[in-house]
Design a protein around this ligand. Structure first.
Ligand SMILES: [Fe+2]
Ligand SMILES: [Fe+2]
Length: 474
């Protein structure tokens, strides 16, 4: 059946005029829908959800709200407006005009970058597919689904690039994006964190805070790319990503708030008492932070990376906000990177800047992660408690890079295996912690009502009152 693309797939890339692309997408679209029905939030296919849909990139068009059944969501393809006479901002081709087509010599590297980014988008939908069953409120349920459909749209964005610019290789890559599945033992998703199941809402808020924020930094780096269609695609994705950051930040903030209320009301900060009163104790929240932060740090890749150096040299992937750097070639500079030394301690190594690009991005990410942590600490202080949240060292609990598999405490001091074994449960969520958090997950679907472990949000979505029926379950 022929589709009216202007109607069915809102876009600003003249889809209706590009026959080859249209044919490729006609082939891919039903597979995407099958994937959504099978791997997405299947139990809610018939629900009406108050969703934001992008129908244009200008201020008014990118956020139109209305009740939509998710399988009927209009997943559009949008590129941010072109920057006139845009020039390459970094690497060996610095200052030259940007590329509107893929240069032959960079074809496979670019395809790999786009496929890796694209793989994370459906992966997160798969990871979160059962969360709807235990939503703490209709407000949160709606936000989950908004994030889910937008990750679906990000998949469309990457598939558009693969189909539009990479010929048959791109089409095969686009198929593979629907064939790999999160946690699948035969065909897992490409990056480790995207194979971790997300079965409780605390993990969902941690994921949107820490892991989506990695996505934000990756998109910022790709938005610098000399390949202009990729840059413009990522720039528009970043506007949606801002909402995902909000879900994480406000979600954890509300959990902290509720915990502090319970501590005040019961007059005790004893973790067992807090749990008995139906809230998450602060040390458990810290362990969740330790887990999701360290797991998300791995997504930036190794501290010393020839791939990162090549991506930068060939102007494919820059540094987030490249313009804030004084110089854009990164030749003859170095970055001091911490590495394990032979005696089980910490040493410093000067790494050529281009090879340290992953670390440059990771450092910016860590600084950004700390903003929320300080906000949560202000709440704790205002409530009159001494507890302080903190990000663990970037050496703690790493699975990729120079610190992979090295046992350290949260301060990053290397420790013996035996001490790790004894202390691990103080630092990372134990099976018992996860069991407790799971026990809190009770489904609340009465408009305006909240589960007891989380405070209500400050305001509703798009100026709606908080008791608005954001999801009609039907
Ligand atoms: Fe995304
Ligand atoms: Fe996201």
């Amino acid at each position: 059946m022929a589709l009216d693309y202007r109607e069915r797939i809102p876009n600003n890339v003249d889809l209706g005029d590009n026959r080859a692309l249209q044919r490729a997408l006609e082939h891919w679209q039903p597979r995407f829908l099958d994937w959504w029905k099978e791997m997405g939030p299947a139990a809610f296919a018939g629900a009406d959800v108050y969703l934001r849909t992008a129908t244009a990139v200008d201020e008014r068009g990118w956020a139109s709200y209305g009740m939509v059944k998710m399988p009927e969501y209009r997943w559009g393809i949008f590129l941010a407006d072109p920057v006139p006479d845009r020039r390459i901002g970094f690497g060996d081709a610095y200052g030259e005009p940007v590329w509107q087509q893929v240069p032959g010599e960079h074809r496979s590297a670019l395809r790999r970058l786009i496929a890796t980014q694209g793989d994370t988008e459906p992966a997160s939908v798969e990871q979160q597919r059962l969360l709807g069953d235990t939503c703490p409120s209709l407000y949160d349920l709606r936000n989950l689904f908004q994030v889910n459909v937008e990750e679906g749209r990000h998949l469309w964005a990457m598939v558009y690039l693969l189909h539009g610019y990479f010929g048959r290789d791109g089409r095969e890559e686009a198929e593979a994006l629907l064939e790999r599945h999160s946690g699948d033992s035969d065909k897992p998703r490409i990056l480790g964190t995207f194979n971790e199941p997300i079965t409780d809402w605390l993990s969902f808020f941690m994921f949107t805070y820490f892991t989506d924020r990695d996505g934000r930094f990756q998109l910022k780096s790709l938005a610098e790319s000399a390949f202009d269609p990729l840059s413009r695609t990522c720039r528009f994705m970043l506007t949606e990503e801002a909402f995902h950051m909000f879900v994480g930040t406000s979600g954890i903030t509300r959990v902290v708030k509720r915990t502090l209320e319970v501590m005040k009301a019961s007059g005790s900060d004893d973790p067992a008492a807090v749990r008995n009163a139906g809230a998450t104790d602060l040390p458990t929240l810290q362990r969740y932070i330790n887990f999701w932060f360290s797991s998300s740090l791995d997504l930036f890749g190794a501290e010393i990376s020839s791939n990162a150096a090549n991506y930068f040299a060939s102007s494919l992937k820059g540094r987030p906000d490249e313009a804030r750097f004084a110089e854009h070639m990164a030749i003859g500079q170095s970055l001091r990177v911490e590495v394990p030394d032979a005696k089980g301690g910490v040493a410093a190594e000067d790494v050529p800047m281009r090879s340290a690009m992953n670390e440059v991005t990771r450092v910016a990410y860590v600084r950004d992660c700390d903003v929320g942590v300080q906000r949560w600490n202000r709440l704790v202080t205002e409530a009159g408690y001494d507890f302080r949240f903190r990000l663990p060292s970037t050496r703690f609990h790493r699975g990729i890079g120079v610190w992979a598999g090295v046992r350290t405490d949260p301060e990053g001091c290397p420790i013996a295996e035996e001490e790790w074994r004894l202390r691990q449960r103080d630092w990372l969520p134990s099976a018992e912690d996860r069991g407790f958090v799971a026990s809190l997950m009770q489904r609340v679907t009465e408009p305006g009502k909240m589960a007891g472990w989380i405070a209500p949000p400050e305001i509703g979505i798009n100026n709606t009152p908080l008791d608005y029926e954001y999801v009609r379950l039907n």
